[in-house]
Design a protein around this ligand. Structure first.
Ligand code: UTP
Length: 475
């Protein structure tokens, strides 16, 4: 018996190999490979601490929670325009020096969207239905051109969507980016278990595995060699965003500048919560450390609390846009700092599985536990965390669901509202409704303009200014 099988037998997971002798040789190899990547000690610790101690929520979290401090936008209450100018200039200098990489986490399964393919290949823009990946690629290319240095782009995949993701970029000639500046690497996987902690099998030769959460991106950056590569290329600043948000400013000089001016290890953007019950994590402070408290963990009493000016007291909503210092990623992702480890969280999900008699089950209720790390759990370990305000209209409109809230429909409308705002700023006569939507559907490529200022100068430079009509694309 192989060492791996023995290890599984000795740890009460021998059933993983029930059908081993029925498998072909490549299937056997594949199963052994999947199994050997699993750390059973870690798994058993998670089962006993998370699955079997489903325990009540830790209400004491509320005891010493304070709202996190943040830097308001220049035009918000308390905003300091000259500080923002200084930050932008610092960020621009870092970009000109080639110190910044873009980093997209695209390893998720996108189950809510229900789209068959990597989420980044999903079409989202109002007219051309350009894919999320293309939108980011054009923003990164625009930035590279403006600052005269190619911005390398690191993309986190999972083994489930890796090949399709890479093929998509190849089919599209990397959207004009230099191929050797786009780096793909896969994140780790974790097995799903039942209520007794037994690993589930999706079929006779496959363990039911799923990605280890966006927090797994930190160890994947280290394990894949991406961090070493960044070091060799002189990159110390990593601009992190999720694959589902086409409005994100992939490379934001002011944000980068605030991060660098404060010697921060991890910086974050916040938006004020729209209403107390809104389902976003909230930046807080506890015992001198910054942290994100998930909406489900924030006690109702605190969620409803108002400050002296009548605003929601705990209002700094997290939108998953960060800047990481490379050495910080190395420290956390390598695991060499025992005191700085991202915890795993538990998700109770429906996972199809095969039982030990070989029968397949398609559960209609959650039957399995999955383990995921969250990237924002890195915050308490970071020195000098910086949180700056941004506006949703300019940075955040994710595509999570097929329809309704946070769907392609809402996100495409938000992109159109942004184009319309820029057009109006450029002096173009355009009527918009109360929500800022214009009557015509048009589209602006990030290569034409990715900020109001650059939109205006491209527009002014046009010899023949087109009429804004349905289907117009400004490139
Ligand atoms: P979500 O939390 O929206 O999860 O991920 P998801 O898997 O994409 O979608 P659902 O919940 O199944 O519908 C937020 C971001 O984190 C990335 C996703 O790709 C997305 O950019 N992510 C999530 C990873 O990269 N790896 C993971 O293991 C989980």
């Amino acid at each position: 018996m192989s060492k791996t099988r023995e290890y599984f037998e000795n740890n009460g997971q021998g059933h993983v190999f029930t059908f081993f002798d029925e498998l072909t040789e490549p299937e056997q190899e594949n199963l052994l490979k999947q199994a050997s990547d699993i750390d059973l000690e870690e798994l058993s610790g998670l089962v006993s601490s998370l699955v079997q101690n489903t325990g009540s929520k830790n209400d004491s979290i509320a005891d010493s929670l304070e709202p996190a401090e943040f830097t308001p936008l220049p035009n918000s209450d308390g905003g300091n325009p000259s500080l923002w100018i200084e930050a932008r200039e610092k960020g621009e200098a870092a970009l000109r020096a080639g110190r910044v990489a873009a980093f997209t986490v695209a390893g998720g399964q996108g189950t809510r969207l229900g789209y068959d393919g990597p989420k980044g290949t999903f079409g989202v823009t109002p007219v051309l239905k350009k894919s999320l990946f293309q939108v980011f690629a054009e923003k990164i290319l625009a930035s590279s051109r403006i600052f005269g240095r190619p911005v390398p782009w690191f993309i986190l995949t999972s083994v489930i969507n890796h090949d399709q993701t890479v093929a998509f970029f190849k089919e599209n000639d990397f959207f004009g980016l230099p191929e050797d500046r786009v780096h793909f690497f896969s994140q780790g996987l974790m097995p799903a278990v039942d209520a007794d902690g037994k690993i589930l099998m999706s079929n006779k030769g496959q363990i039911a595995l799923s990605p280890d959460g966006h927090g797994g991106s930190l160890r994947a950056l280290v394990r894949s060699g991406a961090v070493r590569q960044m070091e060799a290329d002189g990159i110390d600043t990593i601009s992190y965003f999720q694959v589902d948000n086409p409005l994100v400013r992939c490379i934001d000089p002011a944000f980068i500048g605030f991060h660098l001016m404060n010697d921060s290890e991890l910086s974050s953007k916040m938006v004020p919560k729209a209403y107390p019950e809104e389902k976003v994590g909230v930046f807080c402070q506890q015992n001198g450390q910054a942290l994100v408290v998930e909406y489900s963990d924030l006690p109702e009493r605190l969620a409803q609390e108002r400050d002296d000016s009548g605003e929601i007291k705990f209002r700094a909503g997290s939108i998953a846009i960060h800047i990481f210092d490379r050495n910080f990623v190395d420290r956390l992702g390598s695991g060499r700092d025992e005191s700085a480890k991202l915890p795993f969280h538990l998700a109770h999900k429906k996972v199809p599985f095969i039982d030990e008699s070989g029968s397949i089950h398609e559960p209609t209720e959650p039957n399995a536990y999955k383990f995921e790390m969250f990237v924002f759990d890195a915050l308490p370990f970071a020195a000098n965390p910086v949180i700056i305000e941004t506006s949703r209209a300019n940075d955040f409109s994710p595509v999570k669901n097929a329809t309704g809230v946070d769907s392609v429909e809402t996100s495409s409308a938000d992109q159109l509202r942004q184009f319309a705002r820029w057009a109006k700023e450029a002096g173009i006569a355009l009527e918009t409704d109360d929500t800022g939507l214009p009557p015509v559907t048009f589209e602006v490529s990030p290569l034409f303009g990715d900020t109001p200022g650059r939109f205006i100068s491209s527009w002014n430079a046009l010899e023949h200014k087109p009429e804004l009509t349905d289907g117009l694309v400004l490139v």
